[in-house]
Design a protein around this ligand. Sequence first.
Ligand code: ADP
Ligand code: MG
Length: 665
Amino acid sequence: MAMLKDVKGIGPKSLALLNKLGIITIDDLVMHYPFRYEYLERTNLQEVGEEDKVIVDGKVESVPILMRFKAGLNKMNFRLISSSGVVGVSIFNRAFLKSSLEVGTNVIVIGKFDKKKNVITASDIKMGSLSSKVKIEPVYHVTQGLTNKNIATYINMALLQFGKEITDYIPEEYINKYSFVNKRLALNIVHNPPTTEKLKEAEYRLKYEELFSFMFKINYLKKQNKSNNKGIGRTIPREKVEKFIESLSFSLTDDQKKATEEILKDMESSSRMNRLLQGDVGSGKTIVSFIAMYSNYLSGMQSALMAPTEILAVQHYNNLKDILKNTKVNIALLTGSLLKKEKIEIYKGLENGEIDIVIGTHALIQDDVTYNNLGLVITDEQHRFGVNQRANLQNKGIKPDILYMSATPIPRTYALTIYGDMDTSIIKERPKGRKKIKTYVKKNSEIKEVLQLMLDELKKHHQVYVIAPLIEDNSETNDLASVCDLKDKMKLAFGEYYNIDVVHGKMASSAKELIMQEFVQGSIQILISTTVVEVGVDVPNATMMVIFDANKFGLSTLHQLRGRVGRGNSESSCILISDSDTERLTIMEKEDDGFKISEEDFKLRGHGDLFGTKQSGDMTFKIANIKDDYDILLRAREDSEEYLNCTTNINELKLKLINSINNNS
Ligand code: ADP
Ligand code: MG
C-alpha cells in the first residue's frame, strides 16, 4: 500500500509537518478538507482602485519575456487580453511557467494592479479560465512551515498518483441510485472546485459516504448486540403485574402501555435489554420504570435506579415507597450524603440480597457496591451520565438488563447516532387533562410588568419559580443574572409579604432538601434557583416560572425547566426574560412539544449544549456536520441498514466497512 512519503514532493521534512497536522496516511491527506473556501470574483479592472488585489482571466497575447537576475531570481512579462481589455502581467520567479504560457493560452491571473502602468504584478497564475464569475479557492488548516499552497499541491499530487486506490465506502447500488460521481472525482472537486454547484454535489457525496459508514457501524453494533448479547431470560408473573397496574390511581396511556410491554418483553427475552425510553417532561416515564422494577422483583431479582440529582433520587424513592406500600418490596435510598455507616448498611443489604430495589445517584455504580442478584439497571436522565459511567454500569453484576430514560427529548438525529445501537420506546401522548403552559418572551426593560404578573399569581396563593443562570456574580465583567442577586431583588419587591429562598447546586444537599421541602409544603412562595430544579420535584401549586437571561439556555433546557409548572389544575405560565436571541426564544411561545423544540434548537445551535462537551467529542466527522446534514444522515442511516440486512453474503466492501469500525471510533 502506498504511503505518504511515496507522494512526489513530500520529503522527510514535509512528512513531519503533515504528521503534525494529523495527516499520517494518503487517505488522511486527500481527506484533509478545506475548512472554508475563498470566493474570488473576476475583477473589472476599470472599477478598481490603486494597488487593489485583482483576479482576471484571459488569453496570453504576447510571448512571455523572461529576465534572469542574480541569485537565480527571475521575472517574466507578457500581455493578456482580459475582459477588461489588454493588460500587462509580470510575475517573479516562475520561469518554469514559460513553456505553458504560449500565445492564445487561457490563464487566470491573481495579483495587484498598478493602474497607472496598467500592469498586474501577479502572485499566482493558473491555467484555464473562470468558468463563472467566481474562482473558488480552498483554504486549509496549515502549520508553521507548510503553506496553504504546499498542502494543495501535495493533495493534488496524491490524487493524481494514487486516486484510484482510495477506498470508496459507498456500495455500488447506492452510487447508482443517487448517480454519485466516483470518489476520486469528488475529492478532486472539493480540492479544486470549478463551480459552486459542482462543489455542492461533491460535498454531498462525500458527506453521505462518511455518514453511511458511520451509520453502518452503529447498525452493525446493534445487530451484534442482538446476536451475542446473552442476558437474563426471566419469567414474569404477568397477572401480578396486571394487578399492580390496576391498583394505580390512574390508568396508563396507550403509549405507556406500549412502552411497558416492550420493556417486559425485553426482560423476558434471553438477550440483554439495551433500551432507551424517551418521553417529554411529564409524559409519565417514571411509572413505566416502576412497573419494570416491580416485575423484576416478582421474578426474584434486584433493581437499581440511578438519578442525576439527589433531589430527584429522593423524589423517586418517596414515590416508589408510596406506590409499593402494600407490598413486601424492600427499597433503599443510597446517595452521596449518607453517613458512612448508613452506606455500609446498604452495601450489605445489596450484597446479601435483602434489598430489592435501590435508588440513588452516582454512588450506585461505585466500585465498592456489590449486588447479590442485579437484574435491572435504570438510569433516569441518562444524558447526564458520561459514556464511561455507562460502561461502568454495564460491567456491574451479571449483565443486567439496562433501561435508559430520557426526559430531555433528544432530537431524533442524536438518538439515531449516539443511541443508534439501542432500542427505543417513545411516549408521545401525555396523560389526560394537561394544560398548555402559556409562555412569553419579555425584555429586561419590561421587568415591572413581570413583577406585576408574579404578584397576580402570588395573590392567588400560588407559588413561583425564578431561575437564573449563575449562582453568584463571580466576575465584574459578567452581567448575567445570579441567584444571589435575584434574591436581593425579589426580597425588595416581595419580601414584605412573601417568603423567598434559594436553592442551587453548590449547597449541601441536606440544606437543599430542606428548602425544597418547604417549597413543597408551601411555606416558601418564591423559590429562586439555578437549573437544579430542572429535573426536580413535583409542586402542583407552583404556577409560574420566570427565567432570567433565558438566552443562555438551550431550548430543551428551557422546556425541561418550564415542565416544573403546569402540574396542577390551574393555568400556568412561563416568562422568558432576554434582550437578545428573542427569535429563537419565541419558538417556546408557540411550541409545546419537547421533541419539536429540541429539533429546532438543534438546528439553530447544534449539539454542543445538549450534552456536555465531552460527549459531543464523540461525534466528529471530517466533512459531514451533524447539525447541517441532518437529511443526509437520515438517508445514510436508512441505506446502511438496508445494506447491512439485505446483502446476505459478506462481501469485500462490507468487510472494509466493518474493519473501519475500529479505526474511526
Ligand atoms: P416524566 O416522564 O417527566 O418522568 P412523570 O413520570 O414524573 O413524568 O409523570 C408526571 C406526573 O404524571 C406524575 O405525577 C405521574 O404520577 C403522573 N402520571 C403518569 N402517568 C399518568 C397517567 N397515565 N395518567 C395520569 N397521570 C399520570
Ligand atoms: Mg422523570
